[in-house]
Design a protein around this ligand. Structure first.
Ligand code: SAM
Length: 420
């Protein structure tokens, strides 16, 4: 079932790199997405028509919904993280460039004057006593807050969203740390970078200029809809997704990566989250692919032979795990995947296809064949497994755990609702 000669292999389809220069995609640097080309190829290959609905239950930065919209297809994305759902929604908004022109001077003035940020002295967000590292210099937070306060006065909903996205993006570009794998890593010589009001304004001007260009070269004719919430619930309750034709998605990988943690700065900057308890509550809504929350324990383990063999190995080598809850997390993850695939089945039209991008993981010295196990699970959920196409082999970072696993397979599981 593994197709190692898959037509999209090694062509950069499973990574975000081209999004940094593409219209609208470049409005926010989001590292964990796949390529818009991947979405285009899936649409082409699935042979759907313009009236068909495309969905993504783990929409992230919205590569699926934005690409679909730009190509003129209807699409709906579900995303649990309020910052990323905001991001994917802002990227499909249209406004007249003249509207932006009208507010630009006032925005710059507000940024220049600045405002007192609630994040000054909060946690690791700014410089304070007994802290040897902080995420943002005070001037950057003040400039951001000045711009944010100004955005409250913008009456146009779309314009307000776009400006807010530009402000968050600018702040992250002027932050002392940047995203790197599972964490935020402080930039080299971060304390000498000197991010301040002037660097902030310079980045903001560039971002706004890109946005203006993109609004003209890439207008959106078919708007996508973004639903904020846990897809395990939304897929049960919504009628909007009925009869989808193509699902292109990538769930969180089984790698203990916690998106609520990694996007914590944006969640607080954009006032999507206002305290640690709320952040924790959000974690409970996420797929159980990490160990950062005391989520409900899994009850099923009937996920096929490969799953059983994997769990046997892991349980026999528990000493070689970075955390005692990893076996439970793995079981819970596959339970979530079964749940999602069953729910998708209830919403699929007769000839629907699912393109499900996943990566294998390494635990206790073993490469966990996530793609093959999900292939088994999908069959149990009633889908026909068309193929598992290898997208690439990713070099694994050298760690104390599983040093013998050198690379991990990233692949797309292609499912069909009818026999082919
Ligand atoms: C691998 S990323 C998707 C990236 C996306 N393909 C893109 O190109 O931007 C997985 C996403 O699933 C989201 N997620 C996690 N648990 C979720 C849940 N229960 N419901 C909906 N989305 C969830 C995460 O917040 C994250 O944005």
């Amino acid at each position: 079932m593994i197709n190692d000669n898959f037509f999209l292999k090694n062509a950069g389809y499973s990574n975000y790199e081209d999004t940094t220069s593409l219209p609208r995609h470049r409005w926010y640097y989001y590292k964990e997405g796949y390529s818009p080309n991947f979405v285009e190829k899936a649409i082409e290959y699935a042979g759907i028509s313009k009236n068909d609905l495309i969905i993504d239950p783990f929409n992230g930065s919205g590569t699926t919904t934005l690409t679909s919209s730009m190509l003129g297809y209807k699409s709906i994305g579900i995303e649990v993280n309020p910052f990323t759902s905001f991001l994917s929604d802002a990227k499909v908004k249209n406004v007249e460039v003249s509207q932006l022109d009208r507010i630009e001077d006032k925005l710059l003035k507000a940024v220049n004057t600045g405002s007192n940020s609630p994040l000054l002295k909060f946690s690791t967000f700014s410089k304070k006593e007994n802290l040897d590292k902080w995420l943002f210099n005070d001037e950057v937070l003040k400039s951001f807050e000045g711009g944010w306060q100004f955005s409250n006065s913008i009456s146009g909903y779309n314009l307000r969203k776009i400006i807010r996205l530009a402000l968050i993006s600018t702040t992250m570009q002027n932050g002392n740390a940047k995203r790197d794998g599972k964490c935020l890593r402080y930039r080299n010589n971060w304390d000498r970078n000197g991010f301040n009001k002037d660097t902030f304004i310079e980045s903001l001007l560039l971002n706004i200029s890109n946005i203006k260009d993109d609004l003209q070269i890439a207008p959106i004719s078919v708007k996508s809809k973004i639903l904020r919430g846990d897809s395990r619930n939304i897929l049960k309750s919504t009628n909007e997704i009925n009869d989808f034709k193509l699902c292109i998605t990538s769930p969180p990988y089984l790698n203990t990566f916690d998106y609520t943690d990694i996007y914590r700065p944006e969640l607080f900057l954009g006032k999507f989250i206002r305290g640690s308890q709320k952040l924790y509550d959000l974690r409970l809504e996420t797929i159980r692919s990490h160990i950062q929350a005391k989520w409900q324990l899994p009850t099923h383990n009937d996920f096929g032979l490969l799953f059983q063999q994997t769990m046997k190995h892991i349980n026999e080598n528990r000493d070689n795990l970075m955390h005692k809850n990893i076996p439970l997390m793995i079981q819970a993850y596959f339970e979530d995947m079964l749940n999602i695939l069953k729910l998708l089945k209830t919403k699929a039209s007769k000839n629907a296809q699912v393109w499900f991008v996943v990566s294998n993981s390494a635990y206790a010295g073993l490469e966990v064949p996530v793609d093959l196990i999900i292939g088994d699970i999908a069959t149990k959920a009633g889908w026909y497994l068309k193929e598992i196409g290898v997208l690439r082999y990713v070099k694994k970072r050298k760690t104390k755990y599983s040093p013998e696993v050198k690379e991990l397979r990233e692949s797309v599981i292609i499912l069909s609702n009818s026999k082919f």
